[in-house]
Write a protein that binds this ligand. Structure first.
Ligand code: ADP
Length: 459
């Protein structure tokens, strides 16, 4: 039973489905809605370590009767919670915003123009200062049949630009929970601003497609020990220190490791295997020692070693003195990691058999997760992620695109979506200097068509 305290419910957090990601909705059971005195479309406040707000919508069929609230990755980050945790939910006191200030929450984006287009996209969206929000809205090309028709106007704003953009809400007037209304003035700050409280929402589990239960596996191996070390202590078992992700390039290994770090609120340290090699005598080992030390000092931490085969190749294959020393250093550092230090090392490779066996002994990289090339449903999921917030024309059938992209990995599908969008731009704006960016207003009315995907595929 959920404990009701006045008008507050404690509900367990579960992940939203991919198609709900970025829309600012929270799904809860009808019983919970009734207890809170709410109807679908009303706004709820969600309180974890931080608080945020969302539009309440009824549950997925199979969730009816469960004390769950489904939140997407951004909402989990904004509320300072994770799937499996409990949050408090109550009816929000909400007022129209007179003014909000937003900035890109990602480094590769420059915001230009007036806030008018963004106001239309975010119309009715509840916000709290500090939130990281997405510009993705309900796709009109593929409306979600589970969303009741009377709610569609809340969720169907025009898309903003050509691809999903993540924004940080720098401030709101008034403060508290506000929604974007007719009269809301929106100030765009052009350049990246770091979200508050170190919250990082560049990648969450919502941004990884086609991996099926791999995400659950890595959550169990990495997130659980980092978030609940006491569980392992109580049971007297050592949590895993090292996990090996094995799969072809571009399948999402780096993205997955980063998502786990973000959702766990762990620090993320990235070591590029080939880069760390080829330094001067002793420098590589020095660098490894520094990373491990910094990770321990800032725990919980994840150390991600990309292309680990390049720094830890089989010793018999190695003639180089350097490699031998680096392997030895890595082994020493991993052996020296104490469970209570709360550091997990994730290694990625596409050549599992090329790795020094000593690294795969118990207490080192003794867990392995295979990340394969996505199948057709997987490709469809990934395409959904990369076209989120994209103004797709009605003739675009992502199932068809998924069918015709056999062998494509996530990186290829991401590139395909970007290329298709660029084609749409080229088609409508000959002569525009793409480097200078295109004002948002001009982009409105633009759509990405089936042809754009077809011609992008030919390249
Ligand atoms: P890897 O580490 O396996 O080489 P990355 O995680 O660096 O691959 O993926 C590169 C890019 O490709 C990502 O930033 C993302 O845009 C896209 N991508 C790869 N795999 C996926 C996936 N499973 N779901 C969504 N996007 C993906």
């Amino acid at each position: 039973m959920a404990e009701a305290e006045g008008q507050t419910l404690r509900l367990q957090v579960a992940n939203a489905r991919a198609q709900d990601a970025g829309r600012g909705i929270a799904r809860l059971g009808h019983a919970a809605l009734t207890q809170l005195g709410l109807r679908e479309g009303d706004v709820v406040e969600i309180v974890g370590k931080r608080h945020t707000a969302a539009i309440a919508v009824g549950p997925y069929e199979e969730d009816e009767g469960l004390n769950l609230v489904r939140l997407d990755g951004l909402q989990r980050v904004n509320a300072g919670t994770a799937s499996g945790d409990h949050v408090e939910i109550r009816a929000a006191e909400i007022r129209p915003a007179t003014r909000i200030v937003v900035a890109p929450a990602q480094k590769n984006i420059r915001l230009q123009g007036s806030g008018e287009a963004l106001r239309r996209t975010l119309f009715r969206r509840p916000l709290v200062s500090g939130d990281v929000i997405s510009t993705s809205t309900q796709s009109r090309a593929a409306p979600d049949p589970r969303i009741p028709p009377e709610l569609r106007p809340y969720l169907e704003g025009p898309t903003y630009g050509l691809q999903e953009i993540r924004l940080v809400v720098v401030s709101t007037q008034p403060r508290g929970i506000v929604f974007v209304a007719e009269g809301t003035e929106i100030e765009l700050r052009p350049l990246f601003e770091e979200p508050k409280d170190g919250r990082r929402a560049d990648v969450t589990y919502d941004d990884i497609g086609g991996l099926g239960d791999t995400v659950d596996q890595i959550r169990e191996m990495v997130e659980l020990p980092l978030r609940h070390p006491e569980l392992f202590q109580r049971l007297g078992i050592d949590p895993p220190k090292g996990v090996l992700l094995h799969g072809p390039p571009g399948t999402g290994k780096t993205r997955l490791a980063r998502a786990v770090a973000n959702e766990t609120e762990a620090r993320f340290f990235h070591i590029a295997g080939p880069e760390i090699m080829g330094s001067r005598y002793g420098e590589s080992e020095q660098r490894l020692r520094e990373v491990f030390q910094e990770a321990a000092q800032n725990a919980p931490s994840i150390i991600f070693i990309d292309e680990i085969d390049s720094i830890a190749p089989k010793r018999e294959q190695v003639t180089g003195e350097v490699e031998r020393r680096i392997v030895a250093q890595l082994l020493t550092l991993m052996d020296g990691l104490e469970p209570r230090q709360n550091v997990v090392v994730i290694g990625a490779t596409n050549r599992r058999d090329a790795i020094d066996e000593a690294l795969r002994r118990p207490g080192r990289f003794d867990r392995e997760i295979i990340i394969g090339v996505p199948d057709q449903p997987g490709r469809r999921e990934i395409l959904g992620i990369h076209t989120r917030g994209m103004p797709l024309a009605e003739d675009v059938d992502l199932d068809e695109v998924a069918r015709t992209t056999y062998g494509f990995v996530g990186a290829d599908l991401g590139a395909l979506a970007r290329e298709a969008a660029m084609d749409a731009v080229r088609r409508i704006l000959p002569g525009v200097n793409l480097r200078e960016g295109i004002p948002a207003e001009v982009l409105e009315g633009l759509s990405v068509r089936r042809d754009d995907f077809l011609s992008a595929m030919k390249r």
